[in-house]
Write a protein that binds this ligand. Sequence first.
Ligand SMILES: [Zn+2]
Ligand SMILES: [Zn+2]
Length: 266
Amino acid sequence: MISELIRTHTGHTIADDTLAAARTRGGSLAATASAITDACHALMATEADLATSVDAISGHLSQIRRAVTGGPSTSYVTRHRLVALQQLGPRCDGLTAQWASQITHLRAVVRIWLAHQSHQGAPSDSTIKDFATGIIILIDNDISEGVLPLGVGSFSDLHSYLDANDYLYAEGVPYGTEAASEITVAVQDLVEARLRTPGRPFCTYGACTFADHDHTTLHSPDGADLPAIQPMHCQHCGRPAHYDSRLDDYRHDDPAAPDCFLIHRA
Ligand SMILES: [Zn+2]
Ligand SMILES: [Zn+2]
């Protein structure tokens, strides 16, 4: 509905979903999205008032037309209708002026929106690298503060511990358009690739500082009891592994390790 109004009056296409999504986030884009939505609602209200007035005018006109051909007994009705018609004229004038200024306002806020979008649009590869680098720094900070374990390997991994979208917001990764979601995917892919880079340290027995990890076991891979605590290994593929009580799941220590029969990473 709103997108139709925008297309009609500005010639631009902004999907209703896009506006709704932008409004749920903070920042200037959210404010612009709200301004566009409000402008559209005001415009719709004026159009509804205008339609009512025009209907009333046309009703009075047809009554008057009938009356002037119906003889002297209808003259009172005719006068009454003419007075009503005269009052409706200025009302329509006012509404038409209001309508025009609301369209001007809508065009202005849509221009602000578009300027914001083109400012955000089509960043280069180096911009995507900058986003990813910034996000990795934030992730490393959270690791050093014990919020995340070393060895998170993906955005869904991150989401298991916190709202990973906050990293995207914090780095100013654009959102709200189709082009922006492509950028988001590119940034996430690059962050994941870096999280899984060979040589990047991961959480493992003897080096773990994450409170919700257990890298030890009392059972050998074949299930027998061990005489003493041992570093845990995956009972299927033998890779170093741990239990994460926050996720209530077993993980290979190395986020780049392939999934096996027992252990999958989202
Ligand atoms: Zn650990
Ligand atoms: Zn395994």
